[in-house]
Ligand binder design. Structure first.
Ligand code: G4F
Length: 346
């Protein structure tokens, strides 16, 4: 309980990271102000599942409403502001590029301006992303790797990242940018590939569906960590003497098909692959049943083929080490979805 009187404001609190971070900060004694967008499809279910909803003061918030951001900052003068709000689904950003650019790019500038004018002592954590590396210019990617985003989402996030750097250098605002690689958990939305896989397999193996799982590019590689580990880094970054930029990653990468096989194994499927590209299928060797099928509908106009991060700076400077590895993460997610199916809560 070292931070009894500190106030943390978390935008995007209803998302995966918001729940883990709020829980972590409440345990540290923070007063947590949760900002959420009224009408967002994702409501309070994750906060309820964490058992913390009644401990958070919830406020309406919209990244595109400057006056609303100003009022909140003036009223609470938070010690720490974690900006986790965003249109965070890469594929959707190709269909909603303007909204994505406004929310994920301009929205962060609104927050920075509001901090600069009305709450200059607030420390900002900006949720940056490995999507900014896109067509990677170096392997593995670190803080100094040149950026090459491959989606409107990545471009918008890059604008936000550079705004943080600029406000740091120009106005002395404590704006820290955490370049987080993919981070997953049982609280991940089902539109993201890992959770799409575990939720579908849970339904398939329990007989709730007999349809194969339909996926896009099986060969893209991701560096997947556990969201519960990564939120601790967000906090650590704001406890430093100076704002900075940090890569948070595991340093391991796996293709999507590997995660499919791993999750499948936990459900008793032994998957072999047949066919090529859009005709590829995954067949359970024991039953001969097709359990996975490629559907080009899920291909992206421009793909990020490979992500693998180098977390050395964060490990050294922040003294951080992840606790959950790839296989345990996959098992944790698969088992959580199997349990949800059995309890009728998927
Ligand atoms: O799970 P994804 O949708 O995550 P993506 O695009 O890597 O983005 C996530 O991580 C970023 C950090 O690097 C965050 F900034 C971002 O907000 C988000 O959290 O897709 C992962 C990979 C892609 O290569 C995609 O093409 O999986 C491939 N994939 C193949 N089939 C699929 C599917 N992705 C989804 N969502 N659905 C599929 O059916």
């Amino acid at each position: 309980m070292i931070n009894k009187n500190k106030i943390a404001m978390i935008s995007g609190i209803t998302g995966q990271d918001g729940g883990y971070l709020a829980k972590f900060l409440l345990e540290k004694g923070y007063k947590v102000i949760g900002l959420y967008r009224r009408g967002a499809t994702d409501t309070f279910s994750k906060l309820r599942e964490h058992g913390i909803l009644d401990q958070i003061e919830m406020c309406d918030f919209d990244l595109l409403e400057f006056s609303n951001i100003v009022r909140l900052l003036k009223k609470y003068q938070p010690d720490e502001f974690y900006n986790l709000a965003a249109q965070s689904f890469v594929q959707a950003s190709f269909e909603e590029p303007i909204y994505t650019a406004c929310a994920d790019g301009l929205g962060v500038l609104y927050i920075l301006e509001a901090i600069r004018e009305f709450s200059p002592n607030t420390r900002l954590y900006q949720a940056s992303t490995s999507e900014m590396f896109g067509l990677v210019q170096e392997i593995p990617q670190k803080e100094t790797t040149p950026f090459y985003p491959r989606s409107p989402y990545g471009v918008a996030k890059l604008m936000a990242h550079w705004m943080c750097v600029n406000y740091r250098e120009s106005f002395g605002i404590f704006a820290t940018s955490g370049i987080l690689f993919n981070h997953e958990s049982p609280m991940r939305g089902k539109e993201f590939v890992t959770r799409k896989i575990t939720s579908h397999f849970a339904e398939m193996v329990t007989g709730l569906t007999d349809k194969p799982l339909e996926l896009g590019n099986l060969n893209a590689k991701r560096d997947w960590g556990f969201a519960g580990d990564y939120v601790k880094m967000m906090w650590l970054m704001l406890q430093q003497d100076k704002p900075d930029t940090y890569v948070i990653a595991t340093g391991e990468t796996h293709p999507i098909r590997d995660f499919v096989e791993e999750a499948g194994k936990i459900c008793g499927y032994d998957i072999k692959w047949e066919g090529k590209e859009e005709n590829e299928v995954g067949i359970d060797k024991k039953t001969g049943k097709i359990v996975v099928k490629v559907n080009p509908k899920f291909y992206r106009p421009a793909e990020v083929e490979l992500l693998i991060g180098n977390p050395e700076k964060a490990e050294k400077q922040l003294g951080w080490k992840r606790e959950v590895n790839y296989k345990s993460l996959c098992r944790m997610m698969m088992e959580a979805d199997l349990k949800r199916v059995l309890e009728g809560k998927l």
